[in-house]
Design a protein around this ligand. Sequence first.
Ligand code: PMP
Length: 356
Amino acid sequence: MTAPLASFIRPSIRDLRGYVPGEQPHDRRYIKLNTNENPYPPSPRVIEAVRRAACEDLRLYPDPSATELRCKAAAVYGLSPAQIIAGNGSDELLAMIVRACAGAGDHVVYPMPTYSLYDTLVAIQGAEAVHVPFAEGFALPLEALAAAAGRVTFVCNPNAPSGTLTPLAVIEQLARRVAGLLVVDEAYVDFAHDSALPLVQRYPNVVVLRTFSKSFSLAGMRIGLAFADEGIIAELNKVKDSYNLSRLSLVAATAALTDYAWMQDNVARIRQTRARLLAGLRALGLEVLPSEANFVLARSRGRDMGTLQRRLKDGGILVRHFDTPELRDAVRITVGTDAEVETLLETMAPLLERLD
Ligand code: PMP
């Protein structure tokens, strides 16, 4: 008799719920403020580079070590190419780090609530997630994080879904205190005023992750970068898929870095709209923490904001709700264009009044 198919799967995977990404609708009728994409297009140089690459050599494999991209990134960010590895989105880099560092039973530590993919990656590996609650106002619980002595400690900064930024001085203290690797996930850092990138030169246990999905408007291309000590990068290279980035992604990322000003202009616009969104939400009576990301977390104490999220969807607007005890009374809203944010606020006002 054949065993049930699921019995071929490792028990830890069978028990896993799996990461649930935000909704990606197939039509464009929604105002999409649920997965922190950029409302503005990427640089015309990116479009041109992708167009050109699409007409050349797609029958050949891409460069497995992303040499051109790493050299360009090294020049832009002031490190050496050997301190950089490229990933198929920073999600792949997170997976590579957990795969390389955390075996069965090893502790992987992070403050909560944060990016929920960490839980999935740790569980896949059979490692143990150590959750340390954030202090009031999403202040980093430095002592408790250090005391947990993880092989890896993740800090998402600015944090998702709160949007709050831990000051660089605190991240540096943590780098000194953690027992293992400190991974600073800077997916949203271009929208903030501080970055941990300089720590890579001073602390061999610090890894900084960046993505092209948010500030560079390239979520569709799947590109991320990790910056770390050369020795760490060499180890991560061993666990990466050989050809992890497509030819199109590689040229898109390289071209995006040649037009840094385009990204910065979009970031400046998004920061302005963020201030309007924050003021508008507060005027509707919601609690909103100061955000240094391209989204805000809006809370209405004790109310189930899942209802608001569903009603907004009926009204043509997607926002993100997390059905966990800490976040049930909040929604995370991506900063769109000014017009999108106006529509959101107008749609939300009557819905909030009718909410239980
Ligand atoms: N880190 C955080 C905190 C994120 O929110 C995201 C996007 N969901 C990522 C990493 C991954 O981004 P990407 O794989 O698109 O580079």
